[in-house]
Each structure stands twice: as structure tokens, then as C-alpha cells.
Design a protein around this ligand. Structure first.
Ligand SMILES: [Mn+2]
Length: 294
């Protein structure tokens, strides 16, 4: 049983569409804490990190919200650094830029491998990004590439090594990101791999690839799920993970007993249907934290 430390980061400054700042509330309303307590875990809810509202922080910078994003991520990293070493931090986004802070924080507790479960690679830099939205950049930032105001969150050093990152569920990758995945040698499993090999086989190889790190962080973007299943996401892409594929991945990760922290990001209640997407993400967290069918 784990000491689960919840931290909300109600931020939509990295996204192109507004509303994912309400994702943390939606996940709490979907009975996240109660569900995990029922499994026997102890919940420590640290509330939400302060995030400046978009209207108050927009600047003429090419990345108009970069200072506010950096500040919220810095706060996230600092709080996480102070969690006990055996804590299981669970971060409630917010858009995916929050992972710049969450992973900078958990990395202070040991070398961290990351399973990036996402339709997108989030590997753009300001030079390559078609949109300029920071939620498309967190993996690049954590590897040490991009705007220095972001790469230095939680310390100057890169927080991740390319060999410690695995993508799962990719299906919308920009040309420059494709080049960067190849150049850096990042392990990546696309939806095509999952279609051809099955999720069990892919999950097994992903987990094996990340066997060498002290910690294992799962960064779960709601848009990895098929939009028919989870419509309440900022950037829906057809052809995503089905219900049982996603659960089996979580169950297999749980069985390894190696996962030490989790992000749940990109739930957009404005686009959702009766909080369905948040409820599915709570189910995912439960499966990752030990919920079994039998
Ligand atoms: Mn993402």
C-alpha cells in the first residue's frame, strides 16, 4: 500500500484551447481519492499549485505564457522535491506542460525513467513547433532542449536521458519530432505497433526498456485514449487506445511494482460528456495502483 501524494496543477497556459485547467477539479470530482483509499492507499492531498490566469499573464513573447508556466512548474518541482522518498506523487493536470515540473521534481529523488503515454510526442522546441504551444514541448524541455526559462526549471541539468524515455500510443507526430526521435534514439511504440503486435507484447517491451532506472514515472495524456471513449481532451486524434488496451497496460505496470509516480493530464471538462473522461482516468489510476478484476 502506498502513500499517494496528490498535487493539482490547474494550468491551461500550455494548450491551444482553454479549459484543461479544470481537469484537476474534474479528476477530484470523479472520486479519485475515495477510489484509491478503497484500494487501501493513504491519500495526502496537497491541494493545487498556484497558476496565474491567462488573461493576467499574456506577454508579447513568442511563447506568451512562458514565465507563468515556468513559475507554476518551478513550484510543482519544489513541492515534489520535499515529498518523502517513499511517497507516490500523483499529479493532476492541467495541460501536459505541467510535466516539466512534475518530472523535474521526481527526478530529485533518483534517476527517472518515463513512460510517455500519449497520441503526441510533445518533443517540439520553439524553433520547430507549428503552434508555439508549450504543451507540445515538455519531453524536449526535460531532455534539455528548448527555451532556457523552461529547461532550467528544477535545476540546470537535463532531467531525463533519451534512453530513459519510452513513448506509447503515438499517432500524431510532427516531421521535426520524427527526426528528433530518430536522432536521439528514443524508444517509441506507435498505434501501428500496438495494432500489429498487441498491447501486451508492446507493454512488456516498454517496461523492459525502462528496467535500469531508480524510478518509473508514467505520464498519461488523456488523448492517448480513443476520442469515442474520452471525448473531453484538448487535442483529440482518432484511432487511439481502446478501453481494455489501456487498462491492460495499467494492470501490467501495476504488476511490475516499479511505478513510483503518475501524471494525469489534458482532461478538458468543457469538451467532455458528463465527466466521462475524468472518470476513465480515475479508473486508469486505480488499475495502475493495484485494482484487480479477481
Ligand atoms: Mn501530451
Amino acid at each position: 500500500m502506498r502513500n499517494v501524494h496528490l498535487l493539482g496543477i490547474p494550468m491551461d497556459l500550455g494548450a491551444g484551447r482553454r479549459g484543461v485547467d479544470m481537469g484537476a477539479s474534474a479528476l477530484r470530482l470523479a472520486r479519485l481519492a475515495r477510489t484509491l483509499e478503497t484500494l487501501g492507499h493513504t491519500i495526502h492531498d496537497h491541494g493545487n499549485v498556484e497558476v496565474a490566469p491567462a488573461e493576467a499573464t499574456r506577454s508579447p513573447d513568442p511563447l506568451p505564457y512562458v514565465d507563468a508556466i515556468a513559475k507554476a512548474c518551478e513550484r510543482t518541482a519544489a513541492l515534489t522535491r520535499d515529498f518523502p522518498n517513499d511517497a507516490f506523487p500523483l499529479f493532476l493536470g492541467g495541460d501536459h506542460a505541467i510535466s516539466i515540473g512534475s518530472i523535474a521534481g521526481v527526478h530529485q529523488h533518483g534517476r527517472t525513467g518515463v513512460l510517455w503515454v500519449d497520441a503526441h510526442a510533445d518533443l517540439n522546441t520553439p524553433a520547430t513547433s507549428p503552434s508555439g504551444n508549450v504543451h507540445g514541448m515538455p519531453v524536449a524541455v526535460l531532455l534539455g532542449h528548448g527555451d532556457p526559462r523552461l529547461t532550467r526549471v528544477g535545476g540546470e541539468e537535463p532531467k531525463l536521458r533519451p534512453e530513459d524515455v519510452v513513448y506509447l500510443g503515438l499517432r500524431a507526430v510532427d516531421p521535426d519530432e520524427r527526426t528528433m526521435i530518430r536522432d536521439l534514439g528514443i524508444k517509441a511504440f506507435t498505434m501501428t505497433d500496438i495494432d500489429q503486435r498487441g498491447i501486451a507484447d508492446v507493454a512488456t517491451e516498454a517496461i523492459e526498456h525502462l528496467a535500469g532506472t531508480d524510478r518509473l514515472h508514467v505520464s498519461f495524456d488523456a488523448d492517448v485514449l480513443d476520442p469515442d471513449l474520452a471525448p473531453g481532451v484538448g487535442t483529440p486524434v482518432p484511432g487511439g487506445l481502446r478501453y481494455r488496451e489501456a487498462h491492460l497496460l495499467m494492470e501490467m505496470l501495476s504488476d511490475t511494482q516499479r511505478v513510483t509516480s503518475l501524471d494525469l493530464v489534458e482532461v478538458n471538462p468543457i469538451l467532455d460528456l458528463r465527466n466521462r473522461s475524468a472518470e476513465i482516468l480515475v479508473e486508469m489510476a486505480a488499475s495502475l495502483l493495484g485494482k484487480k478484476i479477481l
